[in-house]
Write a protein that binds this ligand. Structure first.
Ligand code: GDP
Length: 366
């Protein structure tokens, strides 16, 4: 499964947020395949469409799709030079698919800041620089090996690789992340092999106090982070990690009540989950019935048999066709029967590219 790593300087609220994640962790009974390690939290992806679908189908069981977070505690200044447990943390980030970068946007004299005062932009730059330095090492190591091969053998592939590595090296040396480099499909494919940290999509999480979270724009630190992130084309999600920790102990209804009291339409954690899902280009299809309504995660561009394979490998091997309609159609028409009568039910074959929001029923040979 895809996973987003949570990074940030010490004392910014990472553990508090990660506690909220593990406390709202899914029940293993519904998700027998979720391998749950201490530094991994598996959470449900909230989806109002699935709630509505369950209501229409009067289903017995609703199962949300899931998303994984990995706690990467302890990234400090100097990590790329091996300081602290630097290299280990960096290699843990390497295994993730996206980065959630927690930034301290709260004042609290009782909680020391490792750099002496609260300054989110400086903090962001410290972490980003460590990631950039680590990537620079990776790129330079590779260049020193492949450049010789490109020169001596005039090997076309090696030459192409050198060209793209140099492009990325230039950006990194200028203090810019690899994701800021304009790469075409082939170049991106070449670079993917190195699991560069700054090539991974990233979101910022601005951790602020419970007094400000209802109106994040009242927090001047947040405004700075927002401006900074927008210039990089990145997103910022405001959260109050402390509130999230409290929310995670509540059931669904209590949670809604508490959020209303606070004047927040949606929990910060839910927003983080959705944002992480989005930057990874993940989509959702549904299976719907009286026994169970369920959401499944797939990658944009996947074909119907591959999507069937997410449920079970046998579904992919024996795939015949998919019966398919759009969530928006059943939402509008109110029942599967009405969808059929309206001619909105389609039969799709092996080459069908599944769309976000499709409701599917697979036919397969056993
Ligand atoms: P980490 O080192 O980044 O994992 O940070 P922690 O989650 O351990 O948080 C450090 C301290 O800051 C803890 O004492 C938290 O209770 C506190 N803290 C976290 N979020 C907030 C917040 O929004 N406001 C305030 N005042 N304290 C917070």
């Amino acid at each position: 499964p895809l996973t987003a790593g949570i990074v940030g300087l010490p004392n910014v609220g990472k553990s508090t947020l990660f506690n909220a994640i593990t406390k709202s962790q899914v029940e293993a009974a519904n998700y027998p395949f979720a391998t749950i390690q201490p530094n991994v939290g598996v959470v449900e992806v909230p989806d109002a469409r699935l709630d509505r679908l369950s209501e229409i189908c009067q289903t017995k069981k609703t199962i949300y799709t899931t998303f994984e977070f990995t706690d990467i505690a302890g990234l400090v200044k100097g990590a790329s030079k091996g300081e602290g447990l630097g290299n280990q943390f960096l290699s843990n980030i390497r295994l993730t698919d996206a980065i959630c970068h927690v930034v301290r946007c709260f004042d609290d004299a009782d909680i020391t800041h490792v750099e002496g005062n609260v300054d989110p932009i400086r903090d962001i730059e410290i972490i980003n620089l460590e990631l950039i330095m680590a990537d620079l090492q990776t790129v330079e190591n590779r260049l020193s090996k492949i450049e010789r091969k490109a020169m001596t053998n005039k090997d076309k592939e090696a030459m192409a690789e050198v060209a793209v590595l140099k492009k990325v090296q230039e950006a990194l040396e200028a203090g810019k992340p690899a994701r800021s480099v304009d790469l075409d499909k082939d170049e991106l494919f070449l670079m993917k092999a190195f699991s560069l940290l700054t090539l991974k999509p990233m979101i910022y999480i601005a951790n602020m106090s419970d007094m400000e979270i209802a109106d994040p724009n009242s927090n001047p630190y947040y405004l700075k982070v927002k401006e900074f992130a927008e210039a990089e084309n990145n997103q910022v999600v405001p959260v109050c990690a402390k509130i999230e920790e409290e929310l995670s102990g509540l059931d669904k209804e209590e949670k809604l009540e508490f959020l209303q009291e606070l004047g927040i339409p949606e929990s910060g954690l839910d927003k983080v989950i959705k944002a992480a899902y989005k930057i990874l280009d993940l989509c959702t299809y549904f299976t719907a019935g009286v026994q169970e309504c369920r959401a499944w995660t797939f990658r944009k561009g996947m074909l119907a048999p591959q999507c069937a394979g997410i449920i079970h490998t046998d579904f992919e091997k024996g795939f015949i066709r998919a019966e398919c309609f759009k969530y928006t159609d059943i939402d509008e028409l109110g029942s599967e029967q009405a969808v059929k009568e309206d001619g909105k039910l389609r039969l799709e074959g092996k080459d069908y590219e599944v769309q976000d929001g499709d409701v599917l029923h697979f036919r397969f040979n056993v």
